[in-house]
Design a binder for this molecule. Structure first.
Ligand code: PEP
Length: 265
């Protein structure tokens, strides 16, 4: 399966800082062009909304990097001051939209139902949704981690057609590992990615005779305190098809090291 790496910049970087990052990254990627072609890496950056258009101008002729957005609104258009629609994102060159990041679930109180509406809008606009799922520490301590993730997937992916499932990406991001430096152990990564793969296979492999093993084709990314030191081991785990990277994606040299780790995995 293709490998995926997405840098989530969250609410970081001025336009000048974002531009410097891209100008550092492009020649580095050019230098490893051959390896990227061979392993079919899908590399994406998710800057803030305001930087999407200027960054797209910088990477326009570069087939290695694609643009991701960190969120979109769940309605098509209208009187929603301060919001950004999926169609607007597609119109500035966005390929993928992160949906249901735990920071949005926590601070904006986004629910699984709402996330389903957003996923539908992203798909209708011709982009790929990257749905984030993951349990809190309280849920893990109570032994409810699998039930919590199952519910997130079930409620936010209900009703998707086989064609839509083909465009979906999932990120497993345990909430307690995000931005904390407390990366999940390899046992947890293997256990949870295997669990998610089984849910996807059970739900979608038999969906249609026309599509071969749909659930097995959905990329599952790991996210949560992934850095240049631990990336290789995480990416080597079964059913880990790449990473969603926060803090370590803010520094271009660290991000580059993680790209190299993924290519070697
Ligand atoms: C994230 O926010 O998606 C994330 C993975 O952050 P970090 O790498 O900083 O834990």
């Amino acid at each position: 399966m293709k490998k995926y790496l997405i840098g989530n910049w969250k609410m970081n970087k001025t336009l000048q800082e974002a531009t410097e990052f891209i100008k550092y990254l492009l020649p580095q990627l050019e230098a490893i062009k051959k390896d990227i072609d061979n392993s079919s890496l899908n590399l994406m950056l998710a800057p803030s909304f305001v930087h999407l258009f200027p960054i797209n101008e910088l990477i326009y002729n570069d087939s290695f990097i694609q643009l991701a957005a960190q969120n979109c609104h769940h309605e098509t258009q209208g009187a929603f001051t301060g919001e950004v629609s999926a169609t607007m994102l597609a119109s500035v060159g966005v390929d993928c939209v992160i949906i249901g990041h735990s920071e949005r679930r926590i601070y904006q109180k986004e629910t699984n139902d709402l996330l389903l509406s957003k996923i539908k809008k992203v798909l209708a606009a011709g982009m790929r949704p990257l749905l984030c799922c993951g349990e809190s520490m309280e849920q893990r301590n109570a032994g409810e981690h699998k039930a919590a993730v199952h519910q997130q997937l079930k409620e936010s992916l209900i009703d998707l057609t086989p064609l839509e499932i083909q465009k979906l990406l999932i990120a497993y991001e345990p909430v307690w590992a995000i931005g904390t430096g407390q990366v999940a152990s390899l046992e947890v990564v293997v256990e949870m990615h295997d669990f998610i793969r089984n849910i996807l296979s059970d739900q979608y492999d038999i969906l249609s005779d026309q599509y071969d093993r749909l659930g097995e084709q959905v990329p599952i990314l790991y996210g949560g305190s992934c850095n240049p030191k631990n990336a290789g081991a995480i990416f080597g785990c079964p059913n880990v098809n790449g990473g969603l990277i926060g803090s370590a994606a803010l520094q271009a040299d660290h991000f580059m090291e993680i790209i190299t780790a993924l290519l070697k995995a």
